[in-house]
Unconditional design. Structure first.
Lengths: 154, 900
């Protein structure tokens, strides 16, 4: 795939839709295109985060390790971004991401990603939106889990 | 150590000092003879004294004594010589005396020099020995650079002074005294005047020197502090630059230098003032002789002959006196330096030398429990770190210390000493036991790692080097040198341990010798997950294929095996191999064109610009136009991508074609050449554009510039570069040959003989695992690992990552077979997941083969508590609880805290 095709692909991702084409090309040029076969891990929970991934094609599961074994939190697919929390907050990876189909992703290194956010506030807002979405979803799930818990105890 | 330098010198060099005094005394005989001889020559043969007639002869070398009561004794009547013969004979004697005097001087000076150097060696060694025996708290107070300055620079003048310490005062004092007595004998009163002036000098000058001494001490202290500060700047450069405090440091250094300057200038002023007064007093004496002595002479109370004799004798007094005063100055100077240094090294309590006594035999296993008994530890400020803690670790027991237990671990490792209470093994105090037992039967690793500069292997085996275990057999010159070393070491009070001996205690690692040591090391490296790091370092290193011919041949053979393996595992697209007949899509165009690597980049750049070979060859194979167009395309793309970025933008790290500074240059160049045919473009500019192509890799840069036709053309052009390369460019390129080791490439490059594809996310990981496997299969694994051990870790291990350093430190402890292993959060730089895995591995390693050493581990992770027999929980320096894991891990307040 050529650089210009990648730019086309990136343009379709909401997160990057606000960026001028020249910057998208730069992003594509400085990032690595990586391919995974099904069942491979992009990264593991607890690792130090050094990159975020934009999924260009394919699907993956987001898993966390619990006392009762791995627990699937969510599924991610084309056009979504994963792994940004660890590089935004400098924490270890909060979850493991494992592919379920062959997957193609754009690997954006931590420094490049942060630099992009600084250069393009539109992108930062978009990231905020994605994170807020996830937070509200998590909150909803937590509320549901708690009320279920209380019902069971009652 | 002695507090006075003169006593120190006398204690250690007494015999030599006496010998040199005797030699100096003997050297006086020819010295004075040579004074008398010129007179004899002039008076005798030249002026004819005693040669009244031309035939007259005199006895030469007649030896006779005039003894009281016995009369003259003639031992030898001498040779009868005529006037010319006598002249020749006496001149020859003069020459002989010159030679003898010179030889005496030569002997005395070298002897004194040797004496001084030996003492310097002794004192330096003694100081380092003391550093090795400092109590732990002292290291918190001293700066390393100051210590090394003291040992290196400040004691240096002591060596120079040693030779003169006793000889000079004896000699010069003797000379001065002789002159003074002579004056006294000539005229009592004038002699008295001279004596009084000398006495005044002897009293006033040392008093004035007191100030000099104070200044000298200050100079030494400030200089030492300066060196401490300079080393702090070097160590803390990251912090200084990070916080923009460089100008604060500049100000600090400038003010220090100002102070040093002031002290030194003060010192000069005083020094020359003292010198002035000294000279004045010396000169005032003749004034008194002339005026007072002259007055007496005029009055007739003093014989003029006596006056002349006194003034003549006085000429000999100031010389020795001045030198004596200079000597005294030097003495005081070195005494101050010495006292300063000794004060710094007189630390109480030093470790007893017995604790450090060398022991060549292995230590017996420890049978008792390791116990802290009512242990209290305080820090420098007096805060209590451990408060009356009692804890016993039985042999074979595994005890987890929860956070807060770090101090106890350090106390077990003897890194801090108890303020009260004791640490015992069995019934013996751990601080009184020799380190040949505690340092071998107890291993300690923490996250505060020190790695010595040197190879990785040396560092790994460092914990085994307790004593020289083999007697090295020296032959020929080596034997002579070793003998000399032994004698000199003894004379300078140094130990005679042979550093060239094999210090590695193989038995302490469970091996029998160097051959099976690696077998013992590998499981340890595997346990701490360091093997892959070492292998990665190894395969990235370049080796000399001529010196390791068998290994290089083995690597070349592996190339085929790797291919088969990849085909079998259906991973053939992981590596794109170099084939003489096809284009390698993952390699640069330059590499494909040359089918080799450039070994001399500077020469290559020059050749590209100016050598006619390139121009004609590119022209002939029809690539010049294509490359020019391609270069233009690359330049356009790169300029478009990077034009707006500031030069320090991190994205520039991804750019391989040009530097950030070159972007505007190419931008201007593009403006200039756009729309013009190549023929119209200047030769220089063409080269600038064409050279961009050589770094292009299609899958990586993805500009879409490489067609099948072009690739075929490039491959076809290879032959021109291979066979047609002119002689003056020959050394610049190393060609790839499927059956030859690439000397300029790393080991992994040579195994792959190709490039790893970009597409696989962890392609290099995968290939590394396969290559490791293959090394094992063909029996080269240990050879490769050994190359990894050769890796130089740099100063303080800085060429390793923090995680690698900690793993190395842990491995260094685990290689040793011990009864107690104390681990003080040794893996803080690693991920939790990896930490946990290592802890489990270490337990498995230490519990295999029937071994059952005690393990004390400071660790917080609740997931590993099941491995331990007991868990000790600390709070505010007190041992809160110390019980069995099941209870401890699940119910303790600590666990709840962590779980929340």
């Amino acid at each position: 795939m050529l650089l210009k095709d990648e730019v086309e692909m990136l343009r379709r991702i909401t997160l990057f839709s606000g960026l001028p084409p020249a910057k998208l090309k730069l992003l594509a040029f400085t990032s690595d295109r990586v391919m995974y076969s099904a069942g491979e891990a992009l990264f593991y929970q607890g690792d130090i985060g050094d990159a975020a991934y934009v999924i260009l094609s394919g699907k993956a599961d987001v898993l966390v390790t619990t006392a009762g074994g791995p627990l699937k939190l969510a599924e991610v697919e084309q056009n979504s971004i994963v792994g940004e929390i660890a590089i935004l907050c400098n924490t270890p990876r909060t979850a493991t991401v494992r592919t379920t189909t062959p997957l193609e992703a754009l690997r954006i290194r931590k420094d490049d990603f942060l630099k992009l956010l600084a250069d393009f506030p539109e992108m930062a807002v978009e990231i905020m939106r994605v994170l807020a979405d996830r937070l509200s979803q998590t909150t909803a799930e937590l509320t549901e889990a708690r009320s279920r818990n209380e019902r069971m105890e009652a | 150590m002695e507090s006075r330098l003169s006593r120190y010198i006398w204690t250690h060099t007494r015999k030599d000092q006496l010998w040199i005094l005797v030699v100096v005394a003997f050297s006086m005989i020819p010295y004075f003879l040579s004074f008398d001889l010129p007179k004899q020559i002039v008076n005798g043969p030249i002026q004819g004294d005693g040669f009244d007639s031309p035939e007259a002869t005199q006895a030469f070398l007649a030896i006779s004594f005039d003894l009281p009561y016995l009369g003259t004794i003639n031992l030898f009547d001498g040779f009868q010589l005529g006037r010319e013969g006598m002249l020749l004979a006496l001149s020859l004697v003069f020459l002989l005396l010159v030679v003898v005097n010179g030889l005496f001087k030569f002997y005395i000076n070298t002897f004194k020099g040797r004496l001084g150097e030996r003492l310097l060696r002794r004192i330096r060694f003694e100081l380092v020995d003391r550093v090795l025996r400092f109590p732990p708290t002292h290291f918190k107070r001293v700066k390393p650079a100051e210590i090394s300055t003291m040992i290196k620079d400040e004691v240096e003048p002591l060596g120079g002074f040693t030779g003169d310490a006793f000889v000079s005062p004896a000699l010069l004092g003797g000379q001065a005294l002789t002159a003074l007595i002579f004056i006294l004998l000539q005229s009592f009163w004038l002699g008295l005047i001279a004596t009084v002036i000398v006495a005044v000098q002897a009293i006033i000058i040392p008093r004035m020197r007191k100030r000099l001494l104070v200044l000298g001490r200050e100079r030494q202290l400030t200089a030492r502090e300066l060196s401490g500060r300079v080393s702090e700047i070097v160590d803390g450069i990251g912090t200084i630059r990070g916080y923009d405090t460089s100008n604060f440091e500049r100000a600090d250094i400038a003010s220090r230098l100002a102070r040093i300057f002031k002290i030194r200038y003060d010192l000069y002023q005083w020094k020359f003032l003292v010198k002035f007064i000294n000279n004045f007093l010396a000169q005032v004496t003749p004034f008194l002789f002339y005026s007072i002595g002259g007055y007496f002479a005029l009055q007739g109370r003093l014989d003029i002959g006596q006056l002349v004799a006194v003034i003549g004798a006085y000429k000999d007094l100031p010389g020795p006196l001045k030198e004596l005063i200079d000597w005294d100055q030097a003495r005081q100077d070195v005494q101050v330096k010495y006292a300063q240094v000794v004060e710094q090294f007189s630390v109480d309590p030093l470790l007893d030398p017995k604790v450090h006594a060398i022991a060549a035999t292995s230590a017996e296993p420890l049978s008792g429990a390791l116990a802290a008994v009512n242990l209290t530890v305080t820090d420098d400020g007096g805060a209590t770190l451990l408060d009356h803690v009692s804890l016993q670790v039985q042999p074979g027991e595994a005890v987890a210390l929860k956070p807060g237990g770090e101090v106890l671990a350090e106390a077990f490792a003897r890194l801090i000493w108890p303020a009260s209470g004791r640490i015992l093994i069995g019934s013996q105090d751990i601080l009184e036991m020799p380190e040949s037992v505690t340092g071998r039967r107890i291993s300690y690793a923490s996250s505060d790692v020190y790695v010595f500069q040197g190879s990785l292997g040396d560092n790994l085996l460092y914990g085994l080097k307790h004593a020289p275990l083999t007697e090295v057999r020296y032959e020929g010159e080596g034997a002579v040198h070793r003998k000399w070393e032994l004698v000199e070491a003894k004379l300078a009070g140094n130990p005679h341990f042979d550093v060239n001996s094999d210090w590695i205690d193989y038995r302490a690692a469970g091996a029998t010798g160097p051959e099976d040591l690696l077998v013992k090391i590998r499981p340890v490296l595997d346990a701490v997950l360091l093997t892959n790091d070492v292998m990665a370092l190894a395969v990235r290193s370049t080796i000399d294929p001529n010196r390791n011919a068998a290994f290089a041949a083995g690597i070349v053979e592996m190339r085929g095996a790797l291919r088969q393996r990849l085909e079998k595992e259906k991973l053939s697209d992981l590596v794109v191999f170099f084939e003489p007949g096809s284009y390698n899509i993952e390699a640069t165009i330059g590499e494909n064109l040359l089918f080799g690597t450039i070994t001399d980049q500077v020469m290559w750049d020059g050749a590209l610009e100016g050598h006619p070979f390139f121009k004609t060859v590119l022209q002939r194979v029809g690539l010049r136009d294509v490359f020019y167009e391609m270069g233009l395309e690359i330049a356009e793309n790169v300029v478009e991508l990077f034009r707006d970025l500031p030069p320090d933008h991190p994205f520039f790290q991804q750019l391989t074609f040009m530097t950030a500074e070159e972007i505007p240059v190419y931008e201007a160049l593009l403006q200039k050449v756009r729309g013009r045919a190549r023929a119209d473009v200047a030769e220089d500019d063409q080269v600038k554009i064409i050279r961009l192509c050589f770094g292009y890799i299609e899958p990586r840069h993805r500009f879409g510039l490489l067609t099948d036709e072009l690739m075929a053309k490039i491959v076809a052009a290879r032959r021109e570069f291979d066979e047609g390369l002119p002689a003056d460019l020959a050394g610049m390129i190393e060609h790839y040959r499927p059956n030859r080791y690439i000397a300029s490439g790393s080991i992994i490059d040579n195994v792959l003989f190709g490039r790893i594809g970009h597409k696989h996310a962890d392609g290099s990981e995968k290939i590394r695992a396969i290559v490791r496997d293959l090394f094992e299969a063909v029996g080269l694994y240990n050879d490769v690992l050994a190359f990894g051990f050769d890796f130089n870790v740099g100063a303080g291990g800085k060429r390793l990552t923090a995680g690698q350093r900690q793993k190395l430190d842990l491995a260094r402890a685990l290689i040793r077979i011990c009864d107690f292993y104390i681990f003080n959060q040794p893996l803080l730089a690693l991920d939790q997941r990896v930490q946990e895995q290592v802890i489990r591995n270490v337990f498995a390693l230490l519990r295999q083969d029937g071994r059952n050493p005690a393990i004390v581990w400071v660790v917080a992770n609740p997931a590993v508590m099941e491995l331990f027999d007991r868990v000790a929980v600390f709070e505010n320096g007190r041992l809160l609880r110390d019980d069995h894991t099941e209870v401890g891990a699940n119910e303790g307040p600590d666990y709840k805290e962590m779980a929340s």
